[in-house]
Write a protein that binds this ligand. Sequence first.
Ligand code: AAL
Length: 411
Amino acid sequence: MKKNRKLPVFLATLALVVSCNTKVEDKDVVSDDSKQTTEISEEQIDKLGISDINHLSAATKRALKWPTDLGNEWFIQFGPLKPLKGDLAYEEGVVRRDPSAMIKENGKYYVWYTKSVGPSQGFGGDVENDKVFPWDRCDIWYATSEDGETWKEEGLAVARGKKGEYDDRSVFTVEIMKHENKYYLCYQTVKSPYSVRVKNQVGLAWSDSPDGPWTKSKEPILSPADNGIWKGEEQNRFLVEKRGDFDSHKVHDPCIIPYKGKFYLYYKGEQMGEEITFGGRQIRHGVAIADKPEGPYVKSPYNPISNSGHEICVWPYNGGIAALITTDGPEKNTVQWSPDGINFEIMSVIPGVNAHAIGLDRTVDNEKEPTEILRWGLSHVYNSGDYQSIMSYTSKRKKQHVAKGASGTKK
Ligand code: AAL
């Protein structure tokens, strides 16, 4: 065997000491230089159903490293999506997508979202005048509801900027933050022309009332890293001389959380020269931190803080920040938690998340249990490639698995 060969598992020649202090050699495991000793108790042997401690499979070795205090409350299942009623029911010819979180004001839920009309033509024609994506030529609208099911569209909240401004082409994918009786909307922005290589930024608007009027930041509060180099002049986002940081092309899906006396702006980064990895898009998340809601936001040197995921879905829990990671990357469909808003660990795996661009219900007591905030909320769905609408999702914890008629309680 080659000297430096490392096993894909953590333990190589494994010596185990059982609780009765018998030292056992696992002779089936290929040996290398790293010798480790692991304590294995009778309780672990029983709980993990280990047949023979002298023959531990790779799976059992991983199981022995599982945290013992991980509760079932991190593990949830999403139910089917449900159409909304009233003005947010699917409307032909209209795009409503990427709902913000919901907050409750004046006895009603409030939500903000991306809205546009008409089909999109893609990038094959005249990008100066066409609508390239469903989220191109959008403005931010808002709606209210008493029960979360029937919604009244209240009108426009934040419009695109005037020609020449950084947000003159589209404002979309919005999130809401309420802080000290002020309301903040952060959202994506694009400046015309919307070509394949156009950079996307993040804008901010604030108001004393959820009904506006909104004042927009004169400049973006977040921009892509400026250290990638395109190859050639062709509008092809996969051709690069140098990729640059994980967010060298686009900063997306912004969400600001007041945390530890500061403001943590979580976002999705898209890199120039993006690849398909682990069967999905190469999408990563970052965080930028500010002392005040308006910024300036400074990107964390620890970025990227997730190498999987898509739209940002984060909430405070137990002194840290939790995140639902969906859609792309090897850690997709997991719930993660970090004690510091930066260093996330996987807490659970979710059997398929059918909710996308989740709008969390920020009105609940999110400390009740880790995933309480995911019990219900809003999602968008693709009714077609051109049109999307907002629906609601629910999720629940699996608490038992009992055959019909059988007793399910532990005596
Ligand atoms: C979404 C988000 C961003 C993208 C597009 C609209 O779900 O990730 O907002 O730009 O798709």
